[in-house]
Write a protein that binds this ligand. Structure first.
Ligand code: AVJ
Ligand code: FE
Length: 441
């Protein structure tokens, strides 16, 4: 049983662990690097830093705590809906020292609040939800800041141990038989609104790759002229491919090398490909005679346990991730080669669903049946619609607090500065329990 004291201790530990990561990302570079815009796609790092503090002030200090504002005058500077990322460097932002002092002041008030505020009685505080939301929010911005580091030019400033080597075979496809499963959650205490509620879905049989598509496989597509053949691309995908002049994944140099966090190195053939957009992922899948999985197919492969008929929290079971299960949390600065995490495989034998690379799905971002915006429409509801595609599973840059079997990420189909890769799926042939093509829906 989780007691109130346990929740407080857990929240305090998670807040602290998360702030240490933000410090690693922002202390690694000098002030000039913090205020500079490294790409029009990203905010200056100093914006993310103060934005994290401002959200924490809005939700915890003011809303949960009912306390006086720390800096009501800066709210609109750090409102992501008021200013596009490309415009943020022109704003009168807090400087690096001010931003650090501001986040520290807010955090001190939050730690004080955490000892006093009742943790039940209203939905926002039940089981520490609002605190969990703030931990996840900061971790999401830490991943965004890590993506900014990847776009930064200059000598490397981040370091980490290399990922583990493969210890199992993870090739080929897994067959997921037809049948119903539970998608989403109504019980995970820190799940965000778009992951709720749990609901039953019946899927026809399908095959899904047991591992993400690797650099070696993706290189074959490039070498086969995949970027010059409109057959593999959707009309919008082909138009984008031409307009943007795409010739391979972002950060590839076209000679078998790539640059990651300031280091130019040979591509590792059995690492999952990363920094591809949705159009590239879909084109590769078409070339391979497959397609992207739907979001439901991804989740069933990740969570459904055929032995019990229930959906697990994670592919390996209900325990929180640790370093044996998945490559998460910036523990390594790259995806791990396929087969490196056999202990994290699902009951159907599908590997590396959690961690390594975010996986594009074919699905548009939409609310589940019974969706209710909570605590505010701006977290996810305003993004519902066909212009955003869903990504699943988290990357090497995603913290475990911001990654669950039910967690949903979304982005525009042209985006690839994020740590995005994919795996392929296909509907099962009739011989394997699939539907005949004219019966498919
Ligand atoms: C869920 C990653 C799409 O970064 O835009 C951060 C998370 N929301 N601040 C984003 C988020 C508000 C969001 N993603
Ligand atoms: Fe944010």
């Amino acid at each position: 049983m989780t007691t109130d004291t346990d929740v407080r201790a857990l929240v305090a530990a998670e807040l602290q662990r998360t702030r240490r990561r933000s410090a690693v990302l922002t202390d690694a570079v000098d002030d000039d690097d913090l205020v500079r815009q490294h790409s029009p796609l990203m905010s200056p790092l100093v914006w993310d830093l103060a934005h994290v503090g401002n959200q924490e002030e809005l939700w915890l200090v003011r809303d949960v705590g009912g306390r006086e504002p720390v800096r009501a005058d800066i709210d609109q500077l750090y409102d992501a809906f008021k200013h596009a990322r490309s415009d943020r460097p022109q704003l009168p932002l807090l400087g690096p020292a001010e931003a650090r002092a501001y986040t520290r002041t807010v955090r001190d008030k939050v730690l004080d609040l955490l000892e006093r505020v009742p943790l039940e009685g209203r939905p926002l505080v039940d089981q520490g939800f609002a605190f969990g939301m703030i931990v996840q929010h900061e971790q999401q911005h830490d991943e965004t800041m890590l993506a900014t580091h990847q776009l930064r030019v200059g000598p490397p400033v981040l370091s980490a141990a290399p990922p583990p080597r493969p210890s199992a075979a993870a090739g080929g496809e897994a067959l997921i038989p037809a049948g119903a499963f539970t998608m989403g959650t109504s019980t995970e205490p820190w799940a965000l609104d778009n992951e709720r509620p749990a609901h039953t879905l019946d899927l026809p049989a399908y095959l899904i790759d047991r591992a993400p598509v690797t650099n070696r496989q993706y290189q074959e597509f490039v070498d086969a002229g995949g970027y010059d053949d409109a057959r593999w691309w959707s009309a919008e995908g082909w138009a984008h491919r031409r307009r943007a002049g795409l010739t391979g994944p972002m950060h590839w140099h076209g000679d078998g090398t790539y640059t990651r966090f300031g280091r130019r190195e040979p591509l590792v053939p059995d690492e999952p490909v990363v920094h591809v957009c949705w159009y590239e992922a879909a084109a590769y899948a078409a070339w391979a005679g497959k397609r992207l999985p739907t979001e439901a197919e991804w989740e069933k492969a990740a969570r459904f346990d055929p032995a019990t008929g229930r959906s697990r929290r994670y592919p390996w079971g209900d325990e929180d991730p640790d370093e044996r299960h998945a490559n998460l949390g910036q523990r390594h600065l790259s995806p791990a080669p396929v087969g490196a995490y056999p202990a994290g495989a699902s009951p159907s034998g599908v590997h590396q669903l959690i961690g390594d690379v975010w996986e594009w799905t074919s699905s548009d971002f939409a609310g589940y049946p019974g969706f209710a915006p909570f605590p505010y429409r701006e977290y996810s509801e305003v993004f519902f619609g066909p212009e955003y595609k869903v990504l699943r599973g988290g990357s090497f840059g995603t913290d475990r607090a911001a990654c669950r079997g039910t967690f949903r990420n979304w982005d525009y189909p042209i985006r690839r500065q994020i740590f995005s890769g994919f795996r392929c799926a296909r509907s099962a042939p009739v011989s394997l329990g699939g539907l005949a093509p004219d019966e498919e829906f």
